[in-house]
Design a protein around this ligand. Structure first.
Ligand code: SF4
Length: 218
């Protein structure tokens, strides 16, 4: 869990606006099933912010990269939709959600008693109130050292053997008790036997699959 003071969060990006009136570029927001990671299978409200400066070549949401291509939506509208869905938690994802000051959005979601999860590359500073932090580190733009102490779940996308080494380097920096997960890249199924073998030999790790793609949900 991570929490910044709301006051400082409001000052950095938003000036004197009320948190409800702050706008974020959003590619999509929708009620669905969390498809990957430690909370797989649970209903969740997803908010996919627009803008990403990491630019993984295998990214499956390249449409999210350009923040100017997407509408700006108020915190009020996002929070009303999330609450109306009756989802037990919200997943803020991207794009790279930490390109934005998440203070206003997470303050209002918290006021509505929603638990807040984030999926991030960790390459920009943490902000806001975050109940569950999933770090998905990318070699293209490494996580900031200051992010590691707050990680709840480390989810590393695996294409080749090099990614297993990358996974261990990152795991060494995470707190004890962090959920450690290896996830095959969807279009690289040949990585699966390697991951299975690795997890059998290194039982501190588990496997995360993109089950939403099997279920046919977003
Ligand atoms: S960090 Fe995420 S959104 Fe950005 S390019 Fe990589 S996979 Fe895509």
């Amino acid at each position: 869990m991570f929490e910044t003071e709301v006051k400082s969060a409001l000052n950095t990006e938003t000036g004197l606006k009320k948190p409800e009136d702050v706008l974020y570029p959003v590619m999509e927001h929708f009620f669905t099933i969390q498809g990957e990671g430690a909370h797989t299978g649970r209903p969740a409200y997803f908010i996919r912010t627009a803008g990403c400066d990491v630019k993984c070549w295998w990214c499956d949401v390249k449409d999210s990269w350009d923040g100017d291509k997407h509408p700006k939506i108020s915190v009020r509208d996002l929070a009303v939709s999330a609450e109306a869905s009756r989802a037990p938690f919200v997943v803020i994802t991207g794009g790279e959600p930490l390109l934005h000051d998440l203070g206003p959005l997470t303050t209002v979601l918290k006021q509505r008693n929603l638990s807040i999860h984030i999926e991030t590359s960790g390459s920009s500073p943490l902000s806001g109130h975050l109940d569950w932090i999933t770090l998905s580190p990318k070699r293209f733009k490494k996580p900031l050292e200051e992010v590691f102490p707050y990680v709840d779940e480390l989810k590393v996308v695996v294409l080749t053997k090099k990614d297993l080494k990358w996974a261990e380097e990152n795991a060494a920096k995470c707190p004890e008790g962090t959920r450690l997960l290896l996830q095959p890249e969807w279009d690289t199924p040949e990585s699966m036997p390697m991951i299975v073998e690795y997890v059998k030999n290194n039982p501190q790790w588990g496997i995360s699959l993109q089950t939403h793609k099997f279920l046919g949900v977003r």
